[in-house]
Design a protein around this ligand. Structure first.
Ligand SMILES: *Cc1c(COP(=O)(O)O)cnc(C)c1O
Length: 463
């Protein structure tokens, strides 16, 4: 049964289904149909007493799972900020799946450890970060921000004469967190997980594009974690790093940048101006699985202060085998971890400098096209300056915006989500898939127009 790993027909079947999936995913309904969703009932069963044939398990996934997936791989998914995958990234991940490497320590996987060192150097070059910056490969920006801020918490307290590792947070000098009013929810989550408390957060007012207003910063000091943003999750705007980082450094603050999707602007000639000044920070969080289009899950924490990061994420035990080589677990909260570096390395190796530039710039161009085309449809207006890959759209009233959004989702020709912006409802468009073609954009805008027509004409209620 489970001993027969070389089960050729099983893998052939799974592979065949995966290829069929790819054949269909670029053209099918982006969101699963109601029928596909209600068929998921098949999975609601008690834990089976007896084994199931392996082929039957894969059949269940293929038959009921695949149609119920959201077509994020394709070119008309514009929800949240979600990338697609390149063929080489997916193929590399498939090989890595077979190798099943644990990357906690060098001794566990010298190969993965080597690739991590190589990619760490590449990322420093791509983003223009200081020499000696180290990288930890985590599940996403949530954990990357947690790790970067943990390093900051360690270092600020250490400078204040307090060793958090032995003395803990109770009675420790109080730290402040200063961040823009539009900081991502995961920044606040990290602050909570780090025990700093929401009361420690000082929110700085933002301008009409969601950028922190430099002149509105409170005085910073050596108790401060300053969190800036490269890529506002709604508008795509960037905080004014160059205007605030130097003074923040002089004040002794720790600067962390949430650059989940926006950091990649640094990899392009045309958009790099948006990230000017990021090299002055102490830690950075960025995703591979958004703008770079690596498979999930791929997040990276980068930290100028290698010692602070590893002290913050320290683990020890007599059975651990440590040497001079890179031991990844000192740069991540986890110990055992899959080798997500393999698909990240493969994607970067495949694209090279010019390929990354082209991919990231392409997302910007499609976003600009989306804004131009949707802005030309009567009844829609574009609210933001499309500096990167995000477009904010609204109709004449909040009610119309909400019902049009819901009709767009029902039509399933594309998928977008909503949010509120300065108290008004908006439709968010995030162009984050390399697979989005100019035609995908036009098709999606046509679906927006159709949805608005349906709503105004009263046809949407039955839909
Ligand atoms: C997506 C996103 C995050 C969270 O990243 P995950 O990879 O989902 O953990 C944080 N900040 C910003 C600006 C984001 O867009």
């Amino acid at each position: 049964m489970y001993r027969d790993i070389r089960n050729e027909s099983l893998f052939a079947d799974a592979h065949e289904r995966s290829m069929t999936y790819i054949d269909e995913v670029f053209d099918r309904n982006v969101y699963p149909t109601e029928e596909a969703l209600s068929s998921l009932r098949i999975f609601d069963e008690d834990f089976p007493d007896a084994p199931t044939e392996a082929s039957g398990v894969i059949d269940l996934l293929g038959r009921y799972g695949a149609p119920a997936t959201v077509a994020q791989l394709g070119g008309r998914y514009f929800g949240f900020v979600n990338g697609s995958v390149t063929p080489v990234g997916l193929a590399a991940k498939e090989m890595a799946t077979f190798w099943d490497q644990n990357t906690a320590m060098h001794v566990l996987s010298p190969f993965a450890s080597r690739l991590e060192s190589v990619v760490e150097g590449w990322l420093n070059e791509i983003f223009g970060l200081p020499d000696g910056t180290v990288a930890g490969f985590v599940s996403g920006t949530s954990l990357a921000s947690f790790s970067g801020l943990a390093a900051g918490r360690y270092r600020l307290l250490e400078r204040l004469g307090w060793d958090i590792n032995t003395r803990g947070l109770f009675e420790a000098p109080r730290l402040r967190v200063v961040t823009g009013d539009h900081a991502h929810a995961t920044v606040h989550k990290a602050v909570a997980m780090l025990g700093l408390g929401a009361d420690a957060v000082e929110r700085v007012p933002v301008d009409s594009e969601g950028r922190l207003i430099a002149s509105a910063l409170p005085p910073l000091d050596d108790h401060t974690l300053l969190v800036l943003q490269a890529g506002n999750v709604n508008s795509g705007s960037f905080d004014p790093f160059a205007d605030v980082c130097e003074a923040a450094r002089e004040a002794g603050a720790w600067i962390h940048i949430d650059g989940a999707f926006g950091m990649w602007a640094a990899a392009t000639e045309r958009l790099a101006h948006l990230t000017r000044g990021i090299e002055l920070a102490d830690s950075w969080a960025v995703d591979g699985h958004k703008t770079l289009n690596t498979p999930y899950d791929s997040g990276i924490v980068l930290c100028r202060d290698s010692e602070a990061l590893s002290m913050a994420l320290h683990a020890s035990g007599s059975y651990l085998v440590l040497g001079e080589d890179r031991n990844s677990m000192f740069f991540t909260p986890e110990m055992s971890r899959r080798s997500r570096i393999i698909e990240l390395w493969a994607t970067l190796k495949y694209l090279g400098r010019s390929g990354v530039d082209e991919m990231v710039n392409g997302l910007h161009e499609r976003a600009a096209q989306f804004a131009d085309e949707v802005g030309a449809v009567p009844g829609f207006s574009v609210l933001n300056d499309v500096v990167f890959n995000q477009v904010m759209v609204r109709c004449d009233t909040d009610e119309l915006t909400s019902s049009t959004l819901s009709r767009i989702q029902d039509l399933r020709e594309c998928w977008v989500g909503g949010a509120s912006w300065n108290g008004r409802r908006i439709i968010r468009v995030s162009v984050c898939s390399w697979a989005t073609t100019p035609d995908d954009v036009s098709r999606s805008v046509a679906s927006f127009a159709q949805a608005l027509d349906d709503v105004v004409g009263g046809h949407a209620i039955a839909g």
